[in-house]
Design a protein around this ligand. Structure first.
Ligand code: ADQ
Length: 483
């Protein structure tokens, strides 16, 4: 039987040590959920990095960790602390991430970062080559591993390779800035199927292929000698039922069983029943437009004083990439803005912004989603944005209003939301007022349409459709060669 193997930067487990023993903690992220449904069916392996540097452990300790992962169907790509610095923090997060999110001014073009990217991608490819057998399928994920498809294809033309990019593919005028653009594109073209969240990213990619390499492209197929490569859009979904069912449980739980957070939120509404909550949740990343959002909320309080003391912005930011200077600066900027708004508009028993700089357990996330009247998501650039989908899935009574940036991938599936330009502060301020005043019937009419759409195309469907396209391209290729 042909197998399907997954290759991603991170394995779907993190390593924890307890009483001198190592334990694996499964990841609960969207990718892990979606992938588990496909790779178990195909008896494949998951190849990736376990998130720890080899030099922090003894040889025996690392072997023990590899053994644990092996039992879970995972093959480990070991990385040293130096490689984590130059490959992951370097080329991935200081070169590709800012460039692909249109933050030109943040891009670091250090050649040593690039060299490390090539070496580490080769490590991932070599580990995958140890695992694959004749005619297997391999699904490579994301911007950390764009050279892997080319490295695999060069050694094993018989395998069928899929690649999915979780971040935007920028327009050609931005992509061309990168000194190693041809190498990256060449690496991607080792794949037989290249997937993006949206048709726009696919179009940008095809345009770069045409302009840089001049290959023949018909519709979404690229022809290179005897090969046919397919580019397509697969908007990633979430585990809709998991969020929806948890939200139902959360709401129906008796008071004594409610979490501390839930009780605190209920107290907030007790003070005055016409109080409203606006929610925002993201990693603390400059692509997420957090300062813009705070400035727009400040503008809203300034423009519409009747809402002061009545509306609170609950802002959750997960610490992210702390070693990169731009992230440290962003953290300071956000701290200052929150301080300024709370200083200006706060009272003894009212804080306009509740700011949490930490990760939250799943249960609390669902509580916040189900208790917030408005979700305010203002990325200046975002491949998809799963938070928007999680909010929608958690609205069990179909009320709630989504304000979403037009620069996200998810906006394509949310025409019924209030769509804003995140750089237009007064437009966002007006959108907040519109959301707070939207009649319940209108909220329900809009929300129910989005819910139906997201329930139908969940993360399982997403994975299933990618894999069936991968099989289809393998067949198209075989038929083409047989002619
Ligand atoms: P991210 O940039 O990480 O993902 P997103 O899609 O919003 O962005 O996913 C974030 C996830 O983290 C969500 O599932 C959310 O619930 C969780 N999360 C956020 N804040 C949290 C907190 N404080 N506590 C706990 N959990 C929290 C990248 C791309 C996106 C793309 C995804 C998937 O940048 O554009 O949607 O991959 O392809």
């Amino acid at each position: 039987m042909k197998k399907l193997h997954i290759v991603s930067n991170r394995l779907p487990f993190s390593i924890v040590s307890e009483d001198d023993k190592f334990l694996l903690k499964p990841s609960v992220g969207g990718l892990a959920t979606g992938m588990k449904s496909v790779y178990k069916d195909f008896e494949g392996r998951w190849i990736g990095w376990p998130g720890i540097a080899t030099d922090s452990y003894t040889v025996d300790q690392f072997k023990e960790i590899e053994g644990l992962l092996d039992k879970e169907g995972c093959d480990t790509v070991p990385l040293t602390a130096d490689e984590v610095h130059t490959f992951y923090e370097g080329f991935c997060n200081r070169t590709i991430w800012p460039l692909f999110h249109y933050f030109n001014q943040y891009v670091d073009y250090s050649p040593e970062f690039w060299e490390s990217y090539v070496e580490v991608n080769q490590k991932f490819a070599d580990k995958t080559l140890e695992v694959v057998e004749d005619g297997d399928f391999v699904w490579v994920h994301d911007y950390q591993l764009m050279l892997v498809p080319g490295m695999l294809k060069a050694k094993r033309p018989d395998i069928t390779i899929g690649f999915f990019l979780h971040i935007p593919f920028p327009s050609y005028e931005v992509f061309r800035i990168l000194p190693w653009r041809n190498e990256l594109l060449g690496g991607l073209l080792g794949a037989d199927l290249i997937g993006f969240h949206t048709y726009d990213y696919e179009r940008h990619f095809l345009s770069s292929v045409r302009r840089l390499f001049g290959y023949e492209i018909s519709f979404n197929q690229i022809h290179i000698d005897e090969r046919i490569i397919l580019a397509d859009a697969f908007p990633m979904g979430i585990d809709y039922d998991k969020f929806h069912d948890s939200a139902i449980k959360t709401i129906s739980r008796p008071m004594q069983e409610k979490s501390t957070l839930h009780k605190e939120l209920e107290k907030y509404f007790l003070v005055s029943p016409d109080r409203k909550l606006i929610l925002s949740i993201d990693r603390l990343d400059y692509s997420k437009g957090i300062p813009n959002r705070l400035r727009a909320f400040e503008k809203f309080l300034e423009k519409f004083p009747e809402y002061r003391t009545k509306v609170t912005l609950v802002m959750l930011a997960v610490p992210s990439r702390n070693s990169v200077p731009q992230y440290q600066r962003l953290k300071r900027e956000v701290d200052e803005l929150v301080g300024r708004i709370n200083g200006l508009y706060g009272t003894v028993n009212y804080a306009p912004v509740w700011y949490f700089y930490r990760s939250m357990p799943f249960e609390n996330l669902v509580e916040l989603y189900s208790m917030s009247d408005v979700a305010l998501l203002t990325p200046v650039r975002d491949g998809m944005n799963l938070v928007a989908k999680e909010y929608v899935a958690s609205r069990t009574n179909q009320t709630g209003v989504m304000i979403i940036s037009e620069m996200t991938g998810v906006v394509k599936e949310m025409g019924e939301a209030i769509v804003i330009n995140p750089n237009h502060e007064s437009q966002v301020a007006d959108a907040i007022k519109q959301a707070l005043e939207m009649p319940i019937d209108e909220q329900r009419a809009r929300m129910s349409v989005i819910q139906k759409r997201l329930k139908r195309y969940d993360v399982f469907k997403w994975a299933e459709q990618f894999v069936s396209s991968l099989k289809r391209i393998a067949q198209i290729q075989t038929d083409f060669l047989a002619k």
